[in-house]
Design a protein around this ligand. Structure first.
Ligand code: 8OZ
Length: 367
């Protein structure tokens, strides 16, 4: 029987085990530059089969929260390079999560104080984080403007350039496209946030077009075998809602199947919340089947609320990889602890977002 602790492959990525560190936003990157201490944080967790970085903005326009990192400036790339070196020296593999927040932003975070961009000019009923007087404060997102049709090739190109820089300049093993949690690509997918009347709105085919164009452009630049994508079919995060997610996401994975991706990363249920949402049922087995039937060979990565028993069952039932978020944040040696059946450190929620070493690099490993 396959276990969590066996090596596997995800596209071109050779992984020491099936345990993945999920992307975790930490808001410790002033001026969008990862701090030196991020080298320690990620290297401490290098025993994961794969590390996925915190969501990382592909452009200034793609940024939506204070002190999140970017991947578009020289200093940002130089700093990430030190992170990837530290992880590789520790024997790990690391991909960067490519992020454009779309409408989940604030004027203060945008170039020249402009409006955030979105498929349609509909404000998300959600909050973002600004720093005021050195303190993180939650504020409503600003009203967005709809992207012009002529701007969309530039968005695709920006993802592609970020992927190329990630691999060629910053030394990442690959990238994960953030297609989840109510950010730009997810906003295009969903019927509630996308009211466009051009080729990028209306039908499922049209709403999925931008995500598929972005993914194709990224795979053209760095190869499908180094490209993963994260999707969250039913999460309500950031005001995400679709009238009929099952056919939408089955369409998406069927078309992703042709791109020879390293992996498909699925958030089951509400991101960081319950795995089942009463009024948003979803058949994940059918989603995976749709991908495999269409010829998709990438690793199938599952996420949300997993513990050892659930993860072992998922792998026995055919998942290839299991991503752990908060447990990995609080347990740098999570694979060893899971293997030993050891107690886990409790996470300190007050240090999740913002701050320094406390709650970041000071969680103890097993003796
Ligand atoms: C928590 C806080 C801010 C952003 C996501 C990138 O949900 C995030 C995020 C999570 O994907």
């Amino acid at each position: 029987m396959t276990t969590l602790f066996e090596p596997t492959k995800a596209g071109d990525l050779e992984l020491a085990n099936r345990i993945v560190m999920a992307p975790l936003t930490r808001n410790r990157s002033p001026n969008a530059i990862p701090p030196d201490i991020a080298q320690t944080y990620y290297a401490q967790r290098a025993s994961a089969g794969l590390l996925i970085t915190e969501a990382t903005a592909i452009s200034h326009q793609g940024q939506g929260y204070a002190d999140v990192p970017g991947l578009y400036g020289t200093e940002q790339l130089d700093s990430w390079k030190k992170v990837t070196q530290a992880v590789h020296e520790a024997g790990g593999k690391i991909v960067v999560q490519l992020w454009h927040v779309g409408r989940v932003s604030h004027n203060e975070l945008q170039p020249n104080g402009g409006k955030p961009v979105a498929p349609s000019a509909i404000t998300a009923k959600t909050k973002t984080v600004l720093i005021r007087d050195g303190k993180a404060v939650f504020v409503d997102t600003s009203a967005p403007r709809a992207l012009d049709l002529e701007e969309l090739p530039g968005i695709v190109h920006t993802y592609q350039a970020a992927a190329r820089n990630a691999v060629e300049t910053a030394g990442f093993d690959g990238v994960e496209i953030h297609g989840a949690n109510g950010y730009l690509l997810d906003q295009f997918l969903r019927s509630d946030s996308n009211k466009r009347t051009d080729d990028y709105g209306g039908s499922i085919k049209n709403r999925a077009r931008l995500l598929l164009e972005v993914t194709r452009a990224v795979t053209d630049a760095i190869g499908g075998g180094r490209t993963g994508i994260r999707l969250s079919p039913v999460t309500p995060s950031n005001d995400a809602h679709d009238a009929d997610p099952q056919p939408l996401f089955e369409y998406v994975v069927k078309h992703l199947a042709t791109l020879n991706l390293a992996y498909i990363h699925i958030i089951e249920g509400m991101t960081g919340g319950p795995r089942e949402i009463a009024d948003r049922p979803f058949d994940y087995a059918a989603l995976k089947q749709a991908y495999r039937t269409a010829g998709g060979k990438g690793a199938w990565m599952v996420n949300n609320g997993y513990n050892k028993a659930l993860a072992e069952k998922a792998v026995a039932d055919g998942a290839d990889l299991v991503a752990f978020g908060v447990p990995f944040l609080a347990n740098p040696d999570l694979p060893a602890r899971l293997k030993a059946g050891a107690e886990l450190n409790a996470p300190d929620k007050s240090t999740f977002y913002g701050g320094g070493a406390k709650g970041y690099t000071d969680y103890p490993t097993l003796a």
